[in-house]
Design a protein around this ligand. Structure first.
Ligand SMILES: Cc1cc2nc3c(=O)[nH]c(=O)nc-3n(C[C@H](O)[C@H](O)[C@H](O)COP(=O)(O)O)c2cc1C
Length: 350
């Protein structure tokens, strides 16, 4: 049976802004931002019932294992609302040191028949300092917050370490974990930071700072988010560097640059540049999760993300060994009801 969200809200949302997906996105974020924009409203949101399936990982207690994936709340404006919608954690960003507009529009495409999205947003965000100010003003968050860091477009790949480090320094006080995004396809050169020597340099600098800044609870955990397009050898190399550099876990996966699995009616969109998410990336993401779990075991717990559109997809991620899951495209197509259904099913199965 289609949920009320799928039947009504989604139809209205998809049609809003003249059917422009990015306009619908900004409208949704604005509504969610306003829902939590005063202490009184935040207190009201905090009282709403939410799914409880607690799990502890990386030393963090998550009220349930279903998180919001990076890229939805790039500037961390709606954290109280995400908690009220049932998410057990929120990954905000990807944020860059320099504020930047992202790529020219159109840059976001819904492929409805394929239950997929192609995006080439290019890290549009207000910058790390604006996010830090925002998080300082918000006060304690209702759910754990991961902060996803990326490289500013104006910074050459050779200067990436300093660029990430600048963001880390201002945002670390507000993060339950830091996600090092080296896998978005929409910033030229970014994915080359998954290569051994570049990754080693980046992670050793970031880890050096988290260790130096550690409080009594120990350093804030660093997680690395990887692409689904890496070969097994490349993933094995990433795992080795992560393990040596004290990384706490892996987020698998980002969007794919491949174009398999599209419905015939969406093939005309296959030529759009950018990353593909949703149903077509699911098998690749599950496979990557299983590979990381097999190679790294308990040393690098995995957050599974990619094409989770119903509770069975989430279960497949958990069966592959993921300890937490995240949604982006599934939330666009399934709404908040999906978050609750997965959290409830997860609580029953595990
Ligand atoms: C419009 C859009 C923007 C995204 N932006 C980011 C981002 O800024 N940082 C990031 O790490 N992942 C980003 N992602 C990738 C998602 O976090 C997720 O890894 C990917 O979409 C696969 O999950 P899904 O199939 O549930 O969407 C974005 C995805 C979409 C669709």
């Amino acid at each position: 049976m289609r949920s009320a969200y799928t039947a009504l809200t989604r139809k209205a949302l998809f049609a809003s802004g003249g059917g422009d997906p990015e306009a619908a996105h900004h409208r949704t974020i604005r509504i969610l931002e306003q829902a939590g924009d005063s202490p009184r409203r935040r207190a009201a949101l905090a009282k709403l019932p939410r799914p409880s399936a607690p799990t502890t990982l990386f030393g963090i207690r998550f009220p349930n294992p279903v998180g919001l994936a990076a890229g939805m709340d790039k500037d961390a404006v709606a954290i109280p609302a995400w908690g009220a919608l049932g998410f057990g954690f929120v990954e905000v960003g990807t944020v860059t040191w320099h504020p930047q507009p992202g790529n020219p529009a159109p840059r976001l495409f819904r492929l409805v028949e394929s239950e997929a999205i192609i995006n080439r947003m290019g890290f549009n965000n207000r910058g790390a300092q604006a996010m830090a100010a925002r998080l300082a003003a918000l006060g304690p968050a209702p759910v754990p917050v991961g902060i996803s860091l990326g490289k500013s477009k104006v910074t050459p790949v050779s200067g990436a370490t300093e660029d990430y480090l600048n963001s880390l320094k201002v945002l670390l006080p507000y993060a339950d974990y830091i996600a090092v995004n080296v896998s978005s396809p929409n910033t030229p050169g970014l994915r080359s930071l998954q290569d051994r020597s570049a990754l080693d340099e980046l992670l050793s600098a970031l880890r050096g700072h988290t260790v130096a800044a550690a409080g009594p609870g120990g350093p804030v955990p660093l997680l690395v988010k990887i692409a689904p397009d890496l070969t097994d050898d490349a993933v094995a190399e990433v795992i080795e560097v992560c393990a040596t550099r004290g990384v706490a876990g892996i987020i698998a996966t980002n969007t794919t640059i491949s174009r398999g699995g599209l419905a015939p009616s969406d093939l005309s969109r296959a030529g759009e540049a950018g990353g593909l998410s949703g149903r077509p990336v699911h098998a690749m993401a599950v496979r990557t999760v299983a590979f990381v779990v097999k190679e790294a075991g308990d040393a690098l717990p995995v957050i599974g993300v990619g094409g989770i559109l119903d509770p069975d997809d989430a279960q497949r991620m958990f069966d592959a060994g993921a300890r937490l899951v995240q949604l982006y495209t599934g939330f666009v197509y399934g709404g908040p009801g999906l978050v609750r259904r997965i959290a409830r099913a997860g609580a029953a199965h595990r």
